[in-house]
Design a protein around this ligand. Structure first.
Ligand SMILES: Nc1ncnc2c1ncn2[C@@H]1O[C@H](COP(=O)(O)OP(=O)(O)OP(=O)(O)O)[C@@H](O)[C@H]1O
Ligand SMILES: [Mg+2]
Length: 726
């Protein structure tokens, strides 16, 4: 998986942006609970009065408060206020009570809460009827009159009040003072309702902006993340494809083509998904978790709840992890198998129908399909279980938090708003933990995929270009097989043993032998589809292993045993050999290959479409177009692997004749594998193969005299008269 991360390197700028954006998103999201807490506490509970510092006080109230303050404190307090005389028109609209009384207005922004909260509270208490009754007084005014006469009474009241509020927390003291302040504001004729709605509106709008900023960050980072991840996946697919192209037949047989397809599609898809997730969440979750945890630390009395739940989550995830992980590998293998079966089914459709084996194929498909469904179901069920468990945990923890917090609120050590904020932060911490845990489940799955991808990427092809390649001679030179031995990778026995011959420029060398005698194998050694096991093949004295594959193959026109065409047109298929081929070249190739006749009858001639796999032309036509393709290229060496057996005798003969004319002109070397004696009897050299060994080399006439294997083949195909006649 770490290797897959390397593919993000080209997107480092995006990654940096994502980090910044995610940071912004976390900050925004985590700011919200605090605001909400403020709205609940100050906006709703305290009617929008943020702190206990009075904005304005009636002169009488201030005088009452000063009974319960030291003279120093009183002086300090007054220094922050300016006196407005009764009836001052400038302030009358804000403080209607100014009509009856002088008031003091807070003239700077100092927070005086600590100074005023106790005296405010006491003055407030002293206006309560029950308190007055306890002091045998009928009204508050009476109290103030008494106090004026006997100021020492204030100390008595103060000590009583002190004992009463000793159990209050600072917060609660402040809250009570704010309540008192609210009634003072009412007496001043101020609009406390508007103060409250203003506060809530102001905080609400700020929250809205923050939420918006958070969403924008989230969207941008999601966009960048998916862009970086898809980009990385694209590059990965490109590399896998390029690597696959460099594979020789040996590596192809190591990975089945079905598996290679899964690896380039499904596996890369998995990795891409996880990369996107990693970019978004792997940064987000821990950042969120830790920041939220940091905020939660303000409430140490509740932390044990979090610890408990995190413990449970870790346990649940560990169980889910160990049960599902081994299954992911199985799933990817099964997808390979599903692809294989589907491919074989589609490729072999006609054969399957001809042999009435639909039910067998259906069963084969069904088996894999059922397997894959079963494993997928298991994994999904296991993962699906996690969600309800987690939801239950979330609800349970909410209840637990509220239950514990209710007692704290009752004791006065916590505000309702703070509890709500804690609840949200706690949820954030838990969510982050769950996300991290989910990543731990996803990671191994994509690690399986990443491993499969890098298996391909890290496979070194066995056929390599030499470090300092030699050049093939510019002119066509002899091709020499020198004691060539070959055995297929992992096979025990040699398929070719001690093959020696020399093919001169302009010569036609034919290969004949029973099926499985090694003809295709032999000629596949020339373009280096495989390398010889022992001995060497050289062109003009240069070992073909010492030149680049590109150089070597650019000299060779190759026609495989099974004609292969690509989707496109007749012309595009020919130009596959040489994109710069002229019209003349194409026409002559069509002519020599005896394709012209049927191509001309096609509605659009050389522009006629060829279906995928060349299914809209006959087998023989496909073969002839394959030949035309090879001839379009100006090659020095032509290799025909049993290309002529799909042609009727007449076409075969005409084609060979035209080919002979061309070869004489270009002095190209031609290698022909054939089954029919008539196809090759005019060749300059015939190599007879028998179980990988050369049973004879020579012309038709020579071999007829001294090679029994050749004679056997010849007599089985032609009558004595025909042979004599030739
Ligand atoms: N990719 C491979 N891996 C292992 N063995 C192979 C492979 N291809 C062919 N063989 C074996 O090598 C031997 C020679 O095969 P080859 O295809 O060269 O025969 P051929 O002479 O071309 O036969 P035909 O006339 O049927 O085309 C056969 O016994 C075959 O089983
Ligand atoms: Mg063959």
């Amino acid at each position: 998986m770490t290797k897959a991360l390397r593919y993000l390197k080209p997107f480092w700028l995006s990654v940096l942006c994502i980090i910044a954006l995610v940071y912004g998103q976390v900050q925004a999201e985590l700011a919200l609970p605090d605001y909400m807490s403020d709205i609940v506490t100050y906006g709703i509970q305290y009617s929008g009065i943020e702190n206990a510092t009075p904005q304005a006080l009636r002169a009488s109230t201030l005088a009452h408060m000063e009974y319960f303050m030291s003279s120093g404190d009183a002086q300090e307090l007054e220094s922050h206020y300016t006196l407005v005389k009764q009836g001052d028109a400038e302030y009358l609209s804000t403080y209607p009570d100014l009509a009856n009384e002088d008031i003091f207005i807070h003239s700077d922004s100092t927070d005086l809460s600590d100074l005023v909260k106790k005296p405010l509270l006491i003055v407030g208490m002293l206006s309560e009827e029950s308190v007055l009754k306890g002091m045998n007084l009928s009204s508050a005014d009476q109290l103030w009159t008494v106090l004026e006469a006997q100021p020492q009474m204030a100390d008595q009241i103060l000590s009583q009040a002190d004992s009463r509020i000793s159990g209050y927390s600072d917060d609660n003291l402040k809250a009570a003072a704010i309540m008192m302040l609210k009634s003072e504001y009412k007496s001043l004729g101020m609009d406390t309702g508007a103060m409250q709605s203003n506060y809530i509106a102001r905080e609400g709008v700020t929250m809205l902006w923050i939420a918006l900023a958070g969403s924008v960050c989230a969207m941008l980072s999601a966009y960048l993340a998916s862009r970086a991840a898809t980009g990385a996946a694209r590059n990965m697919r490109r590399d896998v494809f390029a690597r696959t192209e460099s594979f020789s037949s040996e590596e192809f047989s190591r990975f089945s083509s079905a598996s290679l397809i899964t690896r380039t599609t499904n596996d890369i898809q998995q990795v891409q998904q996880v990369l996107t997730m990693m970019l978004r969440i792997v940064l987000f979750a821990p950042l969120m978790g830790f920041t939220a945890l940091f905020k939660v630390l303000r409430y140490p009395q509740m932390l044990w709840i979090l610890g408990l739940v995190i413990g449970i989550i870790v346990l649940v995830m560990a169980i889910a992890f160990t049960t599902t992980l081994p299954k992911f590998r199985v799933i990817q293998k099964l997808i390979d198998r599903l692809n294989l079966v589907t491919r074989e089914f589609l490729d072999g459709m006609l054969v399957i129908r001809a042999f009435n084996n639909q039910t067998v194929e259906e069963k084969r498909f069904n088996d894999v399909n059922t397997d894959i469904t079963r494993v997928n179901l298991f994994v999904n069920r296991a993962l699906a279980l996690i969600m309800p468990i987690m939801t239950f945990l979330m609800s349970a923890i909410s209840v637990l938090i509220i239950w514990v917090a209710a007692r704290q609120i009752d004791l006065g050590t916590m505000q309702i708003g703070a509890m709500m904020a804690f609840l949200q932060y706690a949820m954030h911490v838990l969510m982050s933990f769950m996300i991290v845990a989910a990543i731990f489940i996803m990671l191994p799955r994509s690690a399986v995929s990443a491993k499969r991808i890098f298996e391909v990427l890290e496979t070194r092809p066995t056929i390599l270009d030499p470090k300092d390649p030699q050049q093939l001679p510019a002119a066509n030179e002899p091709v020499v097989f020198d004691h060539v031995y070959f055995k297929y990778p992992k096979a025990e026995e040699y398929v070719l043993e001690d093959v020696n011959f020399t093919a001169q420029p302009g010569q036609t060398v034919a290969f004949i032998g029973s099926t499985g005698s090694g003809k295709s194998t032999l000629i596949n050694l020339i373009p280096r589809f495989f390398d010889v096991s022992k001995g060497s093949i050289s062109i003009g004295g240069v070992d073909i292993r010492n030149v680049t594959q590109h150089d070597l193959r650019s000299r060779i026109g190759y026609i495989p045993q099974k004609g292969v065409l690509f989707s496109g047109t007749v012309e595009s298929n020919l130009k596959y050999a040489d994109p710069d081929a002229s019209e003349e070249q194409i026409q002559s190739a069509l002519e020599i290959s005896q394709s012209k006749e049927f191509v001309d009858t096609l509605p659009q001639g050389a522009e006629s479409p060829i279906a995928q796999g060349g299914t809209n032309v006959s087998g023989g036509q496909k073969q002839r177009l394959s030949i035309a393709r090879a001839l379009t290229k100006k090659a020095d060496i032509f290799i025909f692997d049993d290309t002529f057996s799909a042609l009727d005798y007449k076409t075969d003969a005409r084609l060979r004749e035209a080919l002979a004319v061309m070869v004489r002109r270009t002095r190209a070397t031609v290698f022909i594998v054939a089954q029919r004696i008539s196809t090759i009897m005019h060749a300059d050299q015939i190599v007879v193969l028998d179980q990988g060994k050369v049973a004879g080399i020579g012309t038709h006439a020579e071999l007829m005299k001294n090679c029994s294997v050749y004679q056997e083949i010849a007599y089985s195909q032609l009558s004595k008269e025909e042979l004599a006649h030739e």
